[in-house]
Design a protein around this ligand. Structure first.
Ligand SMILES: Cc1cc2nc3c(=O)[nH]c(=O)nc-3n(C[C@H](O)[C@H](O)[C@H](O)COP(=O)(O)OP(=O)(O)OC[C@H]3O[C@@H](n4cnc5c(N)ncnc54)[C@H](O)[C@@H]3O)c2cc1C
Length: 366
């Protein structure tokens, strides 16, 4: 059973289309028939892509891999009994399970669930954006959108929205980015962070640094120290959290609640369970990013094949560094590699090429 149609399982499906485990039936359980590619989501908000261009259709991939597709969400897992509980199809038994359900929303801020719009699940965010887009077209009164969280995802979304506002003539829209540190992009080199702060100012995104939200209320955010900000809409991009039912599954999980795996992506407690991507806790702590989830996918496919066919499993050695390309809305991007960073329109073209190829690759494989 493949649980979740995430980045890692896309790779598994593509590889199973070439060679799938002999003598096994396989089923993909995931709530939506498409996977919206998060790397291109800010570009969709900016208006550079259509939703279709950033979506990967799971049905043809599953068909090519001879994997059944069940559109449903897991609500619980009993790893000892080998049973998955689903929202609409009751309990389903499995002999081997691979988990790639990504992260859930980090609803640790009071009021976030009621008044905020979480970036995850991405399908929910996409629907909320369509509603906001209609509202922006239909009304002319001032509208404040606050993007909470200034990591790469939050920064890209704020830039994308601002770019869209300029393009569409939404002069009534104000975009504000709120981060807990003085400059955006925590963990990136100082040059990239300063460049981002300058660029935000230049394009007209209001930057509010060193601020933590204490509560999200109807149409406003209250900060921890003092003060508040108007927020007709609050996008919450403050990081990742494990899906809540994993911790109660009987699987060995880390302190946060992610599934602990060995270097072969096999659960430390249950040899017939595997996990990859954001949902997994690897022996070498890895960033929760699509880059690592994609790389893990190829290794996961190898491990699943070997496990199902009774062959020895091989170790996956993740790369030490990953390249991050952070777009600034206007077909311009900042590239970050370890302590170095570059920027320009060529970096955006580079990102655009990589992202389009990634999505196209799955279309061509079927
Ligand atoms: C705006 C934004 C931009 C980003 N840009 C980048 C980027 O440029 N580069 C980068 O490396 N990373 C980026 N990331 C991070 C990246 O999206 C994640 O790290 C990556 O998606 C994790 O992949 P995954 O395979 O673990 O899970 P995901 O790709 O998130 O997939 C999870 C899958 O599980 C399914 N699922 C969820 N819950 C259940 C359930 N209960 N039962 C069954 N199925 C379920 C979902 O529908 C989905 O199909 C970005 C994130 C955001 C929010």
């Amino acid at each position: 059973m493949l649980l979740g149609g995430g980045h890692a399982h896309l790779q598994v499906l593509a590889r199973f289309a070439e060679r799938r485990p002999r003598g096994w039936d396989a089923l993909l359980v995931t709530p939506h028939p498409r996977q919206i590619y998060s790397g291109m989501l800010p570009g969709w908000i900016a208006g550079h892509y259509t939703l279709d261009e950033i979506s990967i259709d799971l049905l043809p991939l599953a068909r090519a891999a001879e994997v059944g597709l069940l559109l449903d969400a897991a609500t619980g897992l009993d790893a000892d009994a080998g049973v998955l509980h689903t929202r609409h199809h009751g309990s389903i038994a499995f002999d081997a399970l691979s988990i790639d359900v990504g992260s859930g929303p980090p609803h640790t801020i009071p009021g976030a669930a009621e008044h905020g719009v979480g970036i995850r699940p991405i399908e929910g965010f996409a629907a909320a954006w369509e509603r906001l887009r209609r509202q922006l077209h239909d009304t002319r009164g001032p509208l404040h959108v606050v993007v909470l969280g200034a990591g790469p995802g939050g920064v890209e979304l704020a830039f994308g929205l601002r770019h869209r506002a300029i393009r569409e003539g939404w002069s009534h829209l104000r975009v504000r980015l709120v981060g807990s540190e003085a400059t955006p992009l925590p963990g990136a080199p100082a040059s990239a962070r300063t460049c981002m702060a300058d660029k935000l100012r230049e394009v007209g995104v209001e930057w509010e640094g060193s601020r933590r939200a204490a509560a999200i209320e109807s149409r406003r955010i209250v900060f921890e120290d003092t003060g508040e900000a108007a927020a007709d809409v609050c996008w919450i991009v403050t990081g990742a959290a494990p899906v809540p039912w994993l911790a109660a599954s009987g699987l060995d999980t880390d302190d946060a609640g992610y599934v602990r795996v060995n270097g072969k992506l096999q659960s430390l407690s249950h040899a017939n369970v595997f996990a990859a991507g954001d949902a997994a806790s690897h022996p070498r702590p890895l960033p929760k990013s699509g880059v690592y989830a994609v790389r893990a996918g190829a290794a996961l496919a190898r491990s699943l094949l070997a496990f199902c066919e009774g062959m020895p499993l091989t170790e996956w050695r993740p790369q030490r560094q990953a390249l991050y390309l952070v777009s600034t809305g206007d077909r311009h991007a900042v590239a970050v590699w370890a302590r170095w960073s570059w920027q320009g329109s060529w970096t955006w073209r580079w990102k655009d090429l990589i992202d389009r190829r990634f999505v196209e690759g799955f279309r061509q494989s079927v």
